[in-house]
Write a protein that binds this ligand. Sequence first.
Ligand SMILES: Nc1ncnc2c1ncn2[C@@H]1O[C@H](COP(=O)(O)OP(=O)(O)OP(=O)(O)O)[C@@H](O)[C@H]1O
Ligand SMILES: [Mg+2]
Length: 271
Amino acid sequence: MSPVPPVLAMEQVTQAYSHPRTALFRAPGTFTVLDCIDFHVHAGEAVGLVGESGAGKTTLTRILTGMEKPQSGRVLFEGADIWQAGPAERARFRRSVQMVLQNPRSSLDPRMKIGTALLEPMRSLRIDGNHLDRLTEVLGQVGLDTSALERFPHEFSGGQLQRIAIARALMPNPRVLVADEPVSALDVSIQAQVLNLLKDLVRDLGLSLVFIAHDLSVVAYTTHRASVIAGGRIVETGPPVELFTRPKAPQTQNLVSAVLTVNSGLSGNAL
Ligand SMILES: Nc1ncnc2c1ncn2[C@@H]1O[C@H](COP(=O)(O)OP(=O)(O)OP(=O)(O)O)[C@@H](O)[C@H]1O
Ligand SMILES: [Mg+2]
């Protein structure tokens, strides 16, 4: 019997971008943003990806969610290459892997009522039907009620808006949520609420979570396993507690000392 493949994975992914051309007769140089990356998440697992600004985290999520095609390497959904998939498989992948972005104020259209915004993925993924029951269900899952449906984004706080963005990602009943810095635009006082919500969703719905952050403590709070990315390479992977207490790579050590510096600056009030 073959073991169950990860629900979502990338194998040996490399991505390079060109520098802007600086001279007319010289070919533009390239720089490697991701270098032979292996990364995976199993069903029901929460995996973290942590690294400094510019390390390649967002590029990795763009490739993992199929928004960008890697120059080399493969992206696998339930063991099958998404770039080799037929239309039906591709549609199932697009429904099953949903993203939550950093700033809900820029990811939700200010002129669109919440009800319309929540139906947007159903429209773009061509999932037919009357989705009223589903709207009620997902709003309940993120701790809001149906009175939100007729309101506009400006009527909500940042934390509530991030709940709405999470509800929108849940609408098509995904198997994987990919959250790129989902709390770093939020007030520190409400960050923990959104982190708890993500943890609850993983536990209660059996979702897989890929959680991106630059702060190791936030990743440690939310995930079962984490990878540290630096300069486009995964430099270390392990249970977050291990990374915290026995960091091996120098880049992991830097992330740990950054957390400790911030925490002492906040006089014990940090997460
Ligand atoms: N489309 C692109 N064209 C050229 N360079 C790019 C492109 N996208 C990203 N880069 C570069 O790739 C590197 C990694 O960027 P990326 O956005 O993946 O980092 P990040 O880890 O998400 O950083 P942050 O924590 O600031 O969000 C950066 O040097 C960035 O300038
Ligand atoms: Mg980023």
